[in-house]
Design a protein around this ligand. Structure first.
Ligand code: SF4
Length: 467
């Protein structure tokens, strides 16, 4: 039985704005960041230690994408629930030790729904156990029965998760989807996007399991001009985040189909803004290096888009500074009593936060057309993201030099090194204790890993999509 003192200590830690392990992890992360990203709007090392993803836990996929970021051998590896559960557990344990609790982690690799529902559930449970906030990354080509079996305990039929986060990847460069093997354009996928959202809405109606859905889309010269319409068509389907990945020459070389460097990331962002119907203030917050990531937080009240913070307004920059001073990396997902205590303790260490928050609330309401307009059409949060992976031909030499502690003389490779050092998306290697940027994982490490996995987990049937 824990003593009263131990209980009190536990309560004291639980009601701190930041868990002490997270405070230490954030300080370390900040210390390691290159100077060029240590800007006042930088969230790494202040609000988050970074996003995380699994690797080598279920490499296989049953669609064929162009491009595909996974190595050619990925589809020769058997999907095996025991392997997945064991490796997810090991990788998450390292991330918990290095990055503290409460960080967002993607259950990613090949196609997650090739796992049996119970194996998928076991992987999510392992992630929760290690203090991660998991999101399952899928192509979305699965049925309600699968989702229900994932969400419910097979023994008693009760929900085993109160909430599920999924990212559905939908774009016209994905081949083999049931009902639309080769989509002629983005619009033809809209019924599939809607069906994906409807499954989660039904799960909530039937069983009370809530959800957070993101929409992922690879952008190439073939679909860049369709980005605005995708956003317009899908904004009200139920997605809370739209994430765009300009295609990169990374992963399976057989799947490189277009000249991906025909347009700049600025051009992609312009298309996203066109679809959003507003300027998107990605400079208000930065996560890692701006050449890798842009994130715009905001909300719609009816058709009107309201940025969470205006990047041109100094007062909003002060609100962000105040928020970080009060709450830092605080996890706002907690029981009401714990959340209340955390908020009170955060404000106690930075009381001026209350004043700046009041000013921000007034400005937000006025940008939204006034309190009456916001009451009539309550704001719905939507986040727009762009994540630009790098080409393998640059990542390989850049990573090799970084591993030796050397900085390249070549400006292009040096830029790649700067981005890798400021990486916001890490994958864990429990054997070496290393955390590796996803670009390096896909460009350098995946091929070896999948060759080894192919021997450990050989296919028992013919591969489905090996091109
Ligand atoms: S280094 Fe690569 S994986 Fe990391 S944030 Fe940049 S693009 Fe993403």
């Amino acid at each position: 039985m824990p003593s009263v003192l131990a209980k009190l200590r536990e309560l004291e830690v639980a009601t701190r704005p930041e868990h002490p392990d997270l405070t230490a992890a954030l300080a370390k992360r900040w210390e390691e960041l290159p100077d060029h990203v240590k800007t006042p709007n930088q969230m790494l090392g202040r609000r988050t230690a970074g996003c995380e993803g699994t690797h080598g836990v279920f490499p296989r996929c049953n669609l064929a994408c162009t491009p595909c970021y996974h190595s050619r051998d990925a589809n020769r590896v058997r999907t095996d629930g025991e392997h997945t559960a064991r490796e997810v557990d090991r990788q998450m344990a390292l991330l918990r030790a290095e990055r503290g609790p409460g960080q967002n982690a993607q259950l990613i690799g090949g196609e997650v729904t090739l796992l049996e529902p119970d194996d998928h559930a076991a992987a999510l449970e392992a992630m929760h156990r290690h203090g991660r906030k998991p999101m399952s990354m899928t192509h979305g080509d699965f049925d309600y029965d699968y989702l229900e079996a994932l969400a419910l305990d097979p023994v008693n039929g009760e929900p085993r998760f109160s909430h599920l986060s999924f990212a559905g990847h939908f774009d016209s460069m994905m081949y083999g989807r049931r009902g639309i093997k080769a989509p002629p354009d983005e619009a033809s996928l809209n019924p599939h996007r809607a069906a994906f959202c409807e499954m989660f809405q039904r799960l909530e109606r039937d069983h009370g399991v809530t959800h957070y859905l993101a929409h992922n889309m690879t952008v190439t010269p073939a679909n860049i001009d369709q980005v605005p319409q995708v956003i317009r068509d899908c904004r009200d389907m139920g997605f809370r985040m739209f994430s765009f990945q300009p295609a990169a020459f990374i992963g399976n070389t057989n799947r490189w189909k277009h000249s991906y460097r025909e347009f700049s990331t600025d051009e992609v962002w312009r298309q996203v803004e066109q679809g959003a119907g507003a300027r998107l203030h990605f400079n208000a917050f930065q996560i890692g290096d701006v050449r890798c990531n842009r994130t715009a937080y905001g909300a719609y009240s009816g058709e009107r888009y309201i940025p969470l913070l205006d990047e041109d307004d100094e007062r909003d920059a002060r609100v962000l500074a105040s928020f970080l001073a009060a709450f830092g990396g605080m996890d706002f997902v907690a029981r009401p009593a714990v959340l209340g205590a955390r908020l009170a303790r955060g404000l106690a260490r930075h009381p001026r936060g209350l004043l700046t928050a009041a000013g921000w609330a007034r400005r937000f309401a006025s940008r939204g057309g006034g309190v009456r307009a916001l009451r009539a059409e309550p704001p719905r949060a939507i986040t727009y993201v762009m994540h630009a992976f790098m080409d393998a031909e640059k990542v390989k030499p850049a990573w090799a030099l970084l591993e030796r502690g050397e900085i390249s003389e070549d400006p292009g490779i040096r830029e790649t090194q700067e981005r890798l050092k400021a990486c916001s998306y890490a994958m864990a290697h429990p054997d070496t204790g290393e955390l590796v940027p996803a670009c390096a994982q896909h460009s350098v490490l995946d091929p070896f890993e999948n060759q080894r996995l192919q021997e450990d987990l050989p296919l028992m049937e013919l591969p489905m999509a090996t091109a």
